[in-house]
Design a protein around this ligand. Structure first.
Ligand SMILES: *Cc1c(COP(=O)(O)O)cnc(C)c1O
Length: 431
C-alpha cells in the first residue's frame, strides 16, 4: 500500500471533502522554500504552509535550538511552575509588541489565542460587575474554528451547521477603500448599545475572507472610537504578525494600539504550534483580587510548552538579523513589480498587495467566495507545475516564506500569468 492509500484508511483531513478530494500529496522533506514528495518531485511552497512558515523549512538554526531545548526540558506544567523559554519569550515579545502591551498569556494555536482574548475581555467586565457581553466584529472575518472564534467570524458555509449555537455578535462592514463611511456609521450605530464588551478585527488584511485589505487610517479611526466608548479592542494578528504586512506587526502601521493582541502562525517560525494573547496592564489588573472567583480560569495541558517557546525564541533571533527584513522588503518589491504588470489583466476583478501578500481576485460566473469551483482548477494547475498555491475560492494569492528567491517568485508569477491567460481564453471560448 502507498502512503496515500494507508492515509485514506485512517486519517481525516482538515477543510477537505474527503469523498471528492484528490488523494493528498505525501511530503517527505522540506528545505527552504521547497517541499519534496515521495517521488522526489519538488514543489515551491507559495503559501508558507498555511501562512505559518517565515524563515523556510528545516532551517538549521531553528532545528538546532529546538533539539537543544529537547535535551534540557521538553515540557513542564505551567500552573505553579515556570521556565526560562517562556519568560524570555514573553520579555522579547513585549519588546517588539506595541508599548501598551504588558502581559503574555500562552496557549496552543490561533483559535485558542482568540478564545483567550474573548474570555479576557468578557471577564474583564464581569470581574467589575459590569454587564457587557456583546462583541463587534467585521463581516467576512475569520478568527478560528473553535466556538468563540466561529461566533466572531463571518457567518458562512464553514459554520452554518453550528449557527444556532454561536453567541450574538454585531457584524459591521469592512472599511475597504471607498466604503469607510459605511463602517463608521455601522460602528456608531452598534455602539448605541451600552453592553458592548469588545471589538475584534484582523488588522489591515482579512486572510481567510479572501485577503481583503483596508487601510491603517480607517482602522485607526475605528479603534479610537472604541477607546473613547470604553470598548476593549482586540487585534487578531494570527496571520498578520511576524513581518507579513511589511512591518513586524500590522499594529505597527497604526497610531492607536489594540488592548489585546492575538499571535500564532509565524510565532515559532512555522515549526511548532503555539499561541500567544498579550494584553495591556489595565486588563491584567482587573483579575488581581483576593476573591478567587476573579481568577482567569483558563489553561491548556501544553500551555507555554518549552520546546515551542524555544522555536519562537530561535525565530526571534533570526528576525534580529538584518536579512529577515531585507528579504521581506525584497518580496514586497517583487510583488509590487508584478502587480504593476498584471493589474489591468482582463481575467482579474482586482489585484491587491500588502507587504509579502499579493492577491488576485479572478473573474468567474460564480460569486467571489470560498466554495467557488475555480479553486480546485487553480490548485491542480499549479501543482502540476510544482507550485503550491491554495486559493480561497476564486482568490489566488502568494504568501511565501521570506527565504524564497526572486527566481522562484518569478516562476510563480509566470505561472499565474499563464493561468490568467488561460482563464481569459476560456471565457472567450464560452461566449
Ligand atoms: C489562522 C487564523 C486563526 C486560527 O488559527 P489556528 O492556529 O488555525 O487555530 C485565527 N485568526 C486568524 C486571523 C487566522 O488567520
Amino acid at each position: 500500500m502507498t502512503l496515500q492509500e494507508r492515509d485514506k484508511k485512517v486519517v481525516w483531513h482538515p477543510f477537505t471533502q474527503i469523498k471528492t478530494a484528490p488523494l493528498p500529496i505525501s511530503i517527505v522533506r522540506g528545505d527552504g522554500a521547497y517541499f519534496y514528495d515521495e517521488k522526489g518531485k519538488r514543489y515551491i511552497d507559495g503559501i508558507a504552509s498555511w501562512w505559518v512558515n517565515v524563515h523556510g523549512h528545516c532551517h538549521p538554526y531553528l532545528s538546532q535550538k529546538i533539539s537543544e531545548q529537547l535535551q534540557t526540558l521538553e515540557h513542564a506544567i505551567f500552573s505553579g511552575f515556570t521556565h526560562e523559554p517562556a519568560v524570555q519569550l514573553a520579555e522579547r515579545l513585549l519588546k517588539r509588541l506595541p508599548a501598551n502591551q504588558s502581559k503574555i498569556f500562552y496557549s496552543d494555536n490561533g483559535s485558542t489565542a482568540v478564545e483567550v482574548a474573548l474570555k479576557m475581555a468578557f471577564q474583564y467586565w464581569s470581574n467589575q460587575s459590569i454587564n457587557k457581553t456583546k462583541v463587534i466584529a467585521f463581516e467576512n472575518g475569520y478568527h478560528g474554528d473553535t466556538f468563540g472564534g466561529m461566533s466572531v467570524g463571518a457567518r458562512n458555509a464553514f459554520n452554518l451547521p453550528f449557527s444556532k449555537l454561536l453567541f450574538d455578535v454585531i457584524h459591521i462592514p469592512v472599511p475597504i477603500s471607498g466604503k469607510e463611511q459605511n463602517t463608521l456609521n455601522a460602528l456608531n450605530d452598534a455602539l448605541k448599545h451600552d453592553d458592548i464588551a469588545a471589538f475584534i478585527f484582523e488588522p489591515m488584511v482579512q486572510g481567510a475572507g479572501g485577503m481583503v485589505m483596508y487601510s491603517a487610517k480607517a482602522l485607526d479611526g475605528l479603534i479610537k472610537i472604541c477607546k473613547d466608548k470604553n470598548v476593549i479592542t482586540i487585534a487578531d494578528e494570527v496571520m498578520t504578525g511576524f513581518g507579513r504586512t511589511g512591518k513586524f506587526f500590522a499594529s505597527d502601521h497604526l497610531m492607536h494600539k489594540a488592548d489585546i493582541i492575538c499571535l500564532s502562525k509565524g510565532l515559532t517560525g512555522g515549526v511548532m504550534p503555539l499561541g500567544v494573547t498579550s494584553c495591556a496592564q489595565f486588563i491584567y489588573e482587573a483579575f488581581l483580587s483576593d476573591d478567587k472567583m476573579k481568577t482567569f480560569f483558563h489553561g491548556h495541558s501544553y500551555t507555554a510548552n518549552p520546546t515551542a517557546c524555544s522555536a519562537a525564541l530561535a525565530s526571534m533571533d533570526l528576525f534580529d538579523k538584518p536579512e529577515a527584513f531585507e528579504n521581506i522588503e525584497r518580496i514586497e518589491q517583487q510583488h509590487n513589480l508584478f502587480l504593476q504588470k498584471i493589474r489591468s489583466h482582463k481575467a482579474l476583478i482586482d489585484v491587491r498587495q500588502l507587504g509579502t501578500i499579493i492577491a488576485f481576485e479572478i473573474k468567474t460566473k460564480e460569486e467571489t467566495n470560498y466554495l467557488n469551483s475555480l479553486s480546485e482548477i487553480i490548485s491542480g494547475f499549479f501543482i502540476s507545475r510544482g507550485i503550491i498555491l491554495r486559493p480561497l475560492g476564486n482568490v489566488l494569492y502568494v504568501l511565501p516564506p521570506y527565504c524564497i528567491s526572486n527566481k522562484d517568485l518569478q516562476i510563480i508569477y509566470d505561472a499565474i500569468e499563464e493561468f490568467l491567460n488561460f482563464c481569459r481564453e476560456d471565457a472567450k471560448a464560452q461566449r
